[in-house]
Design a protein around this ligand. Structure first.
Ligand code: UD1
Ligand code: CA
Length: 451
């Protein structure tokens, strides 16, 4: 069965105190909205509609950047959750299938939970996701009789008896799309907040003789983000889960609490990730690689047996082949290091191709930027780049070639050649001694004059 996701993301998020729309604040390197969309995408969702209001342009751009097929419905005035869902109706006109309503600020609903809701839909017309609340606070209360959900009552509108219920509404609701929109048409705003409550559709459905039930999930999944403090808690929750998954999958981490993962980090088994390693988005680490302490990686692929760091920075477009080695204080960007290549110390390798088993000496820089454009450097297999070589791109160094230490290479170096591009050394006999004597006597005269 195909499912349309309707993701509510129009709210202002006042408590974030931010110019950035709330749902675009990142968790694990990607907007929280994307986490919600990704969770829902497990449902063979053929359609995704994001309801945007505050910062709609930015929200729409972020959603489309993630998945171009996403549609944006505009909710100019935030009149309530039912009103928000209603804005998606024109986009889903004629759609035949289920609708699942999610919140853009509730990023941790597990795909398995949504699959359980889908299962419950086989026997019930409307399915709500509920949770047993440690502190039910201001959540909507689920009024149940056995498996039957009779109504959802918002805290503000509840009497003491209903407020005593601890089974609460997460906000996630699923029903046949046409049924959902027909129920929403009947919602009014005669309540304490004068809002169109999505939660009212339960009582309306029951009055129409439809069935409703609730599926329960862990409260942690329903964590909503309203403030920077909650954003930090959400990040911590994400990291805790990512770390235990990595350990579970066969990664060694001596200090997992210091390692930061992105939403999409892939780590193979028998990898070692040392202390204080940070992953930005788009990183894959293959089996048996070793990421040493204080390294920062994003948008890169590290193959089997490679070693990175300590203190290395891999930027987007970096491809590190088997057994290659990137050492301390080395930055690599948009570059391929072929099998067994080594860049061990204090180098910048950008827009480059480094051949198999090539060795890049300490302090080497690929001068890739001329102030206007970027250019590529190509280094052949087994080449030896002397320490402190400046490779002024575009330039290539051939297979089995060498550059002398301290060279500024501006012309291509053919295979097997040695390029020397530095001033010739001249030794002046005794001149250092004479200079010292001269300088010392000048200083002595000056000190005497001052006293
Ligand atoms: C809602 C539920 C409540 C539930 C709680 C869980 C209703 C009436 N109440 O309450 O039962 O326990 O969530 O967190 O549904 N939004 C829009 N447009 C609007 C209003 C809201 O897009 O006009 C979005 C918000 O940006 C947010 C989500 O919908 O992402 C929930 O809205 P919010 O105002 O936070 O609902 P609650 O009052 O918390
Ligand atoms: Ca809320």
């Amino acid at each position: 069965m195909s499912t349309a996701l309707i993701i509510l993301a129009a709210g202002k998020g006042t408590r974030m105190k931010s110019d950035l729309p709330k749902v675009l604040h990142p968790i694990a390197g990607v907007p929280m909205l994307i986490h919600a969309i990704a969770a829902g995408s497990v449902l063979e969702s053929s359609r995704i509609v994001v309801v945007a209001g505050h910062g709609a342009k930015a929200v729409g751009d972020a959603a489309e950047a993630y998945q171009p097929a996403i549609q944006i419905a505009l909710q100019s005035d935030q009149l309530g959750t039912a009103h928000a869902v209603a804005q998606a109706a024109p986009l889903l006109e004629g759609f035949d299938g289920d609708a699942m309503v999610l919140y853009g600020d509730t990023p941790f609903i597990r795909p398995e939970t949504l699959a359980r809701m889908q299962e419950a839909r086989k026997t019930h017309d409307v399915v709500v996701l509920g949770f047993e609340a440690a502190d039910p606070g201001r959540y909507g209360r689920l009024v149940m009789t056995g498996d039957t959900l009779n109504a959802i009552v918002e805290f503000k509108d509840a009497d003491d008896e209903v407020r005593a219920i601890t089974f609460c509404n997460s906000g996630v609701i699923s029903a046949d799309s046409k049924t959902l929109f027909s129920l929403i048409e009947a919602v009014d705003n005669a309540n304490a907040s004068e809002e169109y409550y999505l939660t009212d559709i339960i009582a309306i459905a029951r009055a129409r003789g439809l069935t409703a039930t609730a599926v329960a999930c862990d409260q942690a999944e329903t964590m909503g983000i309203n403030s920077r403090a909650e954003l930090a808690l959400a990040e911590a929750a994400f990291q805790a889960r990512a770390r235990s998954e990595a350990l579970e999958n066969g990664t060694t981490m001596p200090a997992p609490e210091t390692v930061h993962f992105a939403h999409d980090t892939h780590v193979g088994r028998d990898t070692v990730i040392e202390q204080n390693v940070v992953f930005g988005p788009g990183v894959t680490i293959e089996t048996g690689a070793h990421i040493r302490a204080f390294s920062h990686l994003e948008g890169c692929h590290v193959s089997r047996g490679a070693t990175i760091g300590p203190y290395a920075r891999l930027r987007p477009g970096t491809e590190v082949a088997e057994d290659a080695r990137i050492g301390n204080f080395v930055e690599v960007k948009n570059a391929i290091l072929h099998e067994g290549a080594k860049v061990n110390h204090l180098s910048y390798v950008g827009d480059a191709d480094v051949g198999e088993a090539a060795n890049i000496g300490a302090g080497t820089i690929t001068c890739n930027y001329d102030g206007v454009m970027k250019h590529r450097t190509t280094i052949g297999a087994r080449a030896f780049i002397g320490s402190n070589t400046m490779l002024v791109a575009p330039v290539s160094v051939g297979n089995d070639a060498m550059t002398a230490t301290g060279s500024v290479i501006t012309k291509d170096v053919p295979d097997s050649d040695l390029a020397i591009a530095r001033a010739k050394q001249i030794n002046k006999p005794g001149l250092a001694r004479k200079l010292f004597d001269m300088l010392n006597s000048t200083k002595a005269k000056r000190d005497k004059g001052a006293s």
